[in-house]
Design a protein around this ligand. Structure first.
Ligand code: AHM
Ligand code: MG
Length: 336
């Protein structure tokens, strides 16, 4: 029975990536080792997030002001765990984290060939109320191992080798692409293993949902305003789209990937480059979208063509179902 095989022949994330990498004759398992350290970080954060509410409860009973401190700790703790896991993998050389102003250059004795850009705990405004949050990561290969510089991480997104995110939601889901499609794995807490549950994810060609912080509407440019208007009052006889906005990029993008539709964090008069960060938010999510058959656009160009000049650069972003992003592109072309 197929169902039976599924239950007894467990495709763990390690097994899956080893299979994928074995197609590459030059593979020596380095990527698998790197990934297993990222997975360790995700499991740690998953466990910490699960206990966050409880820690607060204990704090409230005893000390004052623990609430704020507990929350802060989760961000900082997650970052520390990821940095240490990545460094100790012996496979990294440059790390960029949303939490650290400067890039980390790994001690030459521990250096490997990969650069990792990550947001250890994204969606921090949602921690306190127990809403989904996530980790996002993108991986590059260094250009020259004898001359490691910031240029190794200031590469266009299309040069990423792999990207993914882990969502700490009603279950813990890790979505990964190594450049040949997108696969989703769910943490089985009793095994402590991520199991392949969403093989070869493809985003629907057109969606029924749009996702945006509409509170910023008064500062939007014309194409964004027109697009959202069309979502609500379609001119082609199709039903209006539904609005869903969690305010956690990982959760909003995950829903977009599975159900289709479009997620936007546009530029506006107040923030001319939008809010989201190129290296560890825009690029990894754009990489996944394209690998799943969707598109990602900045309002000017394909998002993965952007060349960042600073590690914490921001960019406007429109990503999701192919046809929906096509519509946004047309509105920008019209205006130009
Ligand atoms: P953060 O890194 O401070 O958590 O901010 C990033 C988050 C994203 O997860 C989310 O898409 C966005 O900010 C929501 O922003 P807003 O509250 O402006 O709608
Ligand atoms: Mg973030």
């Amino acid at each position: 029975h197929a169902a039976d095989a599924h239950r007894t022949d467990l495709m763990t994330i390690t097994r899956h990536v080893l299979n994928e990498q074995s197609r590459n004759p030059e593979s020596r398992g380095d990527f698998t080792i790197l990934l297993s350290h990222i997975v360790l970080g995700c499991k740690f954060v998953a466990s910490a997030v699960n206990k966050a509410g409880l820690a607060q409860l204990i704090g409230l009973a005893g000390e004052t002001n623990v609430q704020g401190e507990e929350q802060k700790k989760l961000d900082v703790l997650s970052n520390e765990v990821f940095v240490k896991a990545l460094v100790s993998s012996g496979r990294t050389c440059v790390l960029v984290s949303e939490e650290d102003e400067e890039a980390t250059f790994v001690d030459p004795k521990l250096r490997g060939k990969y650069c990792v850009c990550f947001d250890p705990l994204d969606g921090s405004s949602n921690i306190d109320c127990g809403v989904s949050i996530g980790t996002i990561f993108g991986i590059y290969m260094i250009k020259d191992k004898d001359n490691v510089t910031l240029a190794d991480v200031l590469q266009p997104g299309k040069d990423m080798l792999a990207a993914g995110y882990c969502m700490y939601g009603s279950s813990c889901t890790l979505v990964l692409s190594t450049g040949s499609g997108v696969n989703g794995f769910t943490l089985d807490p009793s095994l402590g293993e991520f199991i392949l549950t969403h093989p070869d994810i493809k985003i629907p060609k057109k969606g029924k949902i749009y996702s945006v912080n509409e509170g910023n509407a008064k500062n939007w440019d014309v194409p964004v305003a027109k697009f959202v208007e069309k979502c609500k009052y379609p001119e082609d006889g199709t039903p209006p789209k539904s609005l869903r906005y969690i305010g956690s990029m990982v959760a909003d993008v995950h829903r977009t990937l599975l159900y289709g539709g479009v997620f936007l964090y546009p530029a506006d008069q107040k923030s001319p480059n939008g809010k989201l960060r190129v290296l560890y938010e825009v690029f990894p999510m754009s990489f996944l979208m394209e690998q799943a058959g969707g598109q990602s656009f900045t309002g000017k160009e394909r998002a993965l063509d952007l060349v960042p000049t600073k590690i914490h650069d921001r960019s406007p972003i429109f990503l999701g179902s192919y046809d929906d992003v096509e519509e946004i592109k047309a509105l920008y072309a019209e205006q130009a």
